[in-house]
Design a protein around this ligand. Structure first.
Ligand SMILES: Nc1ncnc2c1ncn2[C@@H]1O[C@H](COP(=O)(O)OP(=O)(O)OP(=O)(O)O)[C@@H](O)[C@H]1O
Length: 322
């Protein structure tokens, strides 16, 4: 199978900060691939390297078959990009914005009208062609940005946090567009997000934390790793409970405020776990796996603890004082 993106031991440092740390992965053509991680995990830095906007400190990658270091111009010609910031001209209509970009990207004059209509249709904005962007909702602006990134018919589309700041309904509409690009145009989509719920739509997810990929698979397989069910326990003495449960043969994972134990049947296991903990139990919760659990399982904390260690350290310090 042909690969749209192949990263080989990519690293990028900024002074003392290793933003991306020895990351390798491959994305087959036609896949929707999500880079999922908290703020500061290294998602934007990875996308910037793949799009030739930042130079790796070490390692390399091939995008649409071209090496990002040896052939950056060819890479740029075969990718579309949507950044976190809006870069459309609000005083122009949707069509005028696209036309301006088509000229910039040297889309042949004879093809411009057809391309503009095609990309507007792909994002469901065909009937808003002549409207001013200043009259668009946040979701429509994002969709127009996606349309613009598609004008020169790229093979790979990079979207950095495309749904940030949008309400859940608009986010879900944008996802319909993204999946349509894959299904109708065969485009490979590489996107970053810190929204667990929407990462479920992706064909595969790489979970990135502190610059490293900690897990990579389909949403279903990642959830299966966590176990059929998970029991979350918080006790009067977590260290003692953790040792006792491990001695009793359970696979216990420490979290910032307790522990998680994957088990085949949560409800059936609660009694045994509470008994085996050997200390008073303050909180028990049985849940079916979600991607939040997957993140907690692989990183030991919740994605919402971010941004930054400072906040999670404060949360922990506050919890410790209670
Ligand atoms: N130009 C830069 N100079 C110095 N440090 C940087 C620079 N760009 C990123 N970093 C640092 O590298 C780390 C990774 O940042 P990056 O923006 O890639 O994370 P992210 O996962 O995309 O988060 P966000 O969604 O907040 O952008 C962070 O610690 C960040 O502060």
């Amino acid at each position: 199978m042909a690969m749209a993106v192949e990263a080989e031991q990519l690293s990028k440092g900024f002074g003392q900060v290793l933003a991306v740390d020895d990351v390798s992965f491959a994305v087959p053509e036609g896949e929707v691939f999500a880079f999922l991680g908290p703020n500061g995990a290294g998602k934007s830095t990875t996308i910037n390297m793949l799009c030739t906007l930042a130079r790796p400190t070490s390692g390399t990658a091939r995008v649409a078959g071209f090496d990002i270091l040896e052939d950056p111009k060819a890479v740029r010609g075969h990718i579309g990009l949507v950044f976190q910031e809006n870069t459309l001209d609000e005083q122009l209509t949707a069509e005028e914005n696209l036309r301006f970009h088509a000229v910039l990207y040297r889309v042949p004059r004879a093809e411009r009208d057809a391309r503009i209509d095609r990309v507007l249709a792909l994002v469901g904005l065909a009937d808003r062609k002549r409207d001013l962007v200043s009259a668009f909702s946040g979701g429509m602006v994002r969709r127009l940005e996606v349309a613009r990134a598609l004008l020169h018919a790229p093979r790979v589309l990079f979207l950095d946090e495309p749904t940030i700041g949008l309400d859940p309904q608009t986010r879900s509409l944008l996802w319909t567009d993204i999946l349509r690009l894959r299904d109708e145009a065969g485009i490979t989509v590489f996107l970053t997000t810190h929204y667990m719920d929407e990462a479920e739509y992706a064909d595969r997810i790489a979970i990135i934390d502190h610059g490293r990929i900690v897990a990579l698979d389909t949403p279903d397989k990642l959830k299966a790793v966590v176990g059929a069910d998970t029991v979350e326990l918080r006790t009067a003495d977590d260290e003692t409970a953790l040792s006792a449960l491990r001695l009793a043969g359970f696979d216990v994972h420490r979290t910032s405020d307790g522990m998680m134990i994957p088990v085949p049947d949560g409800e059936a296991a609660v009694g045994t776990l509470v008994g085996a903990a050997g200390v008073p139990v303050r909180y028990v919760h049985v849940h079916r796996p979600t991607l939040d659990d997957v993140f907690l399982y692989f990183t030991g904390r919740e994605i919402r603890d971010e941004p930054g260690e400072t906040r999670s350290m404060m949360v922990r310090a506050r919890a410790a004082r209670r």
